[in-house]
Design a protein around this ligand. Structure first.
Ligand code: HEM
Length: 120
């Protein structure tokens, strides 16, 4: 069977490292940091690691309905979503992922935009 992106990148430990770097960068963004005021970052990193792992063919996943429910009361704007995608791209580049993998991950994230941005 073909190797998944998750396996190729080095499995859970590597993904966990990438996610930690991502959140460090998120917290340095004046647009994004306020959304994470008062959130337990350890819990958040754990959840996001599972999510990224799922995107890349690893274990654990969230349905679109769950994502919508979890973000519904956060007032996430389209600008904030786009900023998060930009910060993610920079992080993945800094972590040395290949362009094709980066584009694949960004496409999976962008596909879920309507479930995360708060409806008017
Ligand atoms: C496609 C993009 C996104 C995905 C896949 C995603 C995924 C997730 C996941 C899996 C959780 C954990 C849910 C749980 O089990 O508790 C979560 C929580 C959260 N997300 Fe996102 N997220 C996305 C975009 C965003 C954006 C753009 C923001 C803010 C600008 C954001 C802010 C938050 C916050 C603040 C929480 C914590 C909620 C809480 O614990 O009360 N997310 N997200």
């Amino acid at each position: 069977m073909a190797e998944t992106m998750f396996e190729r990148l080095g499995g859970f430990a590597k993904v966990s490292h990438v996610v930690s770097a991502f959140y460090d960068n998120v917290l340095e963004s004046p647009v994004l940091a306020p959304y994470f005021d008062g959130i337990d970052m350890k819990k958040q990193i754990d959840h996001q690691t599972k999510f990224f792992s799922a995107l890349m063919g690893g274990p654990a996943s969230y349905t679109d309905e769950e994502l919508e429910r979890k973000h519904a009361r956060l007032n996430i704007t389209e600008a904030a979503f786009d900023e998060l995608a930009a910060v993610l791209r920079e992080t993945l580049e800094d972590c040395g992922l290949e362009d094709s993998d980066i584009n694949g991950i960004l496409a999976e994230i962008t596909n879920r935009k309507r479930f995360v941005v708060t409806k008017p």
